[in-house]
Design a protein around this ligand. Structure first.
Ligand code: SF4
Length: 342
């Protein structure tokens, strides 16, 4: 308890002493146990690609494909997820609530049907991952790509579909949002793979565009926004739209990557621990407090640099990944649609 630092009759301790949190915290410690029941895994193979996995580590995609249950998130992740979910639902719900009785809404001067949580494929009763329930029926995307024909089963949801665009809603922390919209320097824009996710939705539904709506978990102040002549809404929400045709090759590359990994894992080989954007393999997935690391090595063995595999800190498969080790790993492939993992 920090009582010794407080002064009777004063609301706050003197500035030079500070006011650190209680060392014998009770409520926040209890909260840790209350909020970490874990997210359910499917425990069954998933013979399809999930758009929301675009850009993920190959090994993590392999675990997802064989239906490995994820480890429970820690308190920080659980609360961060909950904030993101709340923001997502607030934005999505605003559109849903504003829809007319005929299911249409005017956005950007165009009146069109609005689809919320629009499935790609047919949801089974078990689309949220409940054990023992009916798996979904994916939609098969057929396309020519770099001289080959692919038929790739895809299952997932489009957050919002309207007129010619497939919309994915993402949340960002306050600082990340500022970087994305260019409040500090040239705008970083949204995560490229989030846009790929939206464009996979556009492919599946025959739409022309993908849109990312990004909501901030912390709003930019009115004063700062006014000084930068920023539209008021952009203090907390921004959007980017891309034409599918401009990104088609890139989107199809990612679909093919995800599907090949899916087939590989379900046939009994987990891929190496590779994350798109990094030349090397993750050597150390971290220990839960430290990010993963890997090395980019030139063909002649020269170490070009060490990279920070920050994704490992948020990965629900890390313990299993550490136990399985680096490189490709042979496993007993799952054979049933239900039951325990291999
Ligand atoms: S811990 Fe890291 S390397 Fe392992 S599956 Fe997760 S993201 Fe990939």
């Amino acid at each position: 308890m920090a009582a010794k630092r407080t002064i009777p009759g004063k609301a706050r301790a003197p500035k030079n002493e500070g006011w650190p949190p209680d060392e014998d915290a009770k409520f926040t410690v209890a909260l840790d146990g209350l909020l970490t029941p874990g997210r359910k895994g499917d425990r069954r193979p998933r013979p399809y690609v999930s758009p929301s996995n675009a850009g993920k580590c190959a090994r993590a995609l392999g675990y997802h494909a064989i239906g490995l249950e994820q480890e429970p998130p820690d308190l920080a992740s659980e609360i961060t997820f909950a904030l993101g979910d709340a923001l997502h639902d607030t934005i999505q719900g605003a559109f849903a609530n504003a829809c007319d009785d005929d299911g249409t809404i005017e956005i950007g001067g165009v009146r069109s049907e609005l689809h919320i949580e629009w499935p790609i494929g047919t949801p089974g009763d078990g689309e949220r991952g409940e054990d023992g329930e009916v798996p979904p029926i994916p939609q098969v995307l057929t396309f020519e790509h770099r001289g080959d024909t692919y038929e790739i089963p895809v299952f997932g949801y489009i957050d919002v579909g309207h007129h010619e665009t497939s919309v994915d809603i993402k949340s960002k922390g306050g600082y990340g949002y500022k970087l994305a919209i260019g409040e500090r320097k040239a705008a970083d824009g949204p995560d490229v793979m989030a846009m790929v996710q939206a464009l996979i939705g556009a492919m599946a539904k025959g739409l022309k565009f993908g849109t990312i709506i990004m909501g901030a978990k912390d709003a930019i102040s009115k004063t700062s926004a006014a000084a930068k002549r920023m539209p008021d809404a952009q203090r907390v929400v921004a959007e980017w739209t891309i034409a599918l045709e401009d990104w088609r090759d890139f989107v199809q590359d990612e679909l093919v990557r995800m599907w090949k990994i899916n087939e590989l894992a379900r046939s009994g080989t987990l891929p190496a621990r590779r994350i798109p954007g990094y030349a090397g393999e993750v050597e150390n997935p971290g220990d839960g407090t430290v990010n993963g690391t890997g090395r980019d090595v030139a063909p002649d063995g020269t170490v070009l640099g060490v990279f920070d595999a920050w994704q490992c800190a948020y990965c629900g498969y890390r313990d299993r990944c550490i136990a399985d080790g680096p490189g490709r790993v042979t496993i007993t492939p799952p054979t049933t649609q239900e039951g325990p993992n291999p």
